[in-house]
Write a protein that binds this ligand. Sequence first.
Ligand SMILES: [Zn+2]
Length: 122
Amino acid sequence: MKRKGTLPSLIRIGSVRIAVLRKSLTRTIRGKRVRVAGLFFDAGKRLEITVDPKCADDLVQSTFFHELVHAALYLSSTKELLNDKTEENVCDAVANALNDLIADGHLTLHARKDAAWKSRTR
Ligand SMILES: [Zn+2]
């Protein structure tokens, strides 16, 4: 499976649309600039999931799932019930479960072309 090519550029959780960007990014963690594989971010006017396309294929997919769970926790306000470490563990656990489903052939991903996706939504 060409995992990098199957990431959508726009997804929806409930009525909220989230842009999916592919770019390298860094974050300041404990005063140091470090490269990160992915990030979920409320950019004000829109929500964004960013995945570093330079990661290995399997890491791109698992990073996308990890950030997707961050988005779902944020949008459901479940994030407010979790401390940072617990939230990260939940994101990893769900991402790993989805990766295993795909690896075992129980689930497949097919990214629609954006035009087709938009035409099916309001
Ligand atoms: Zn995370």
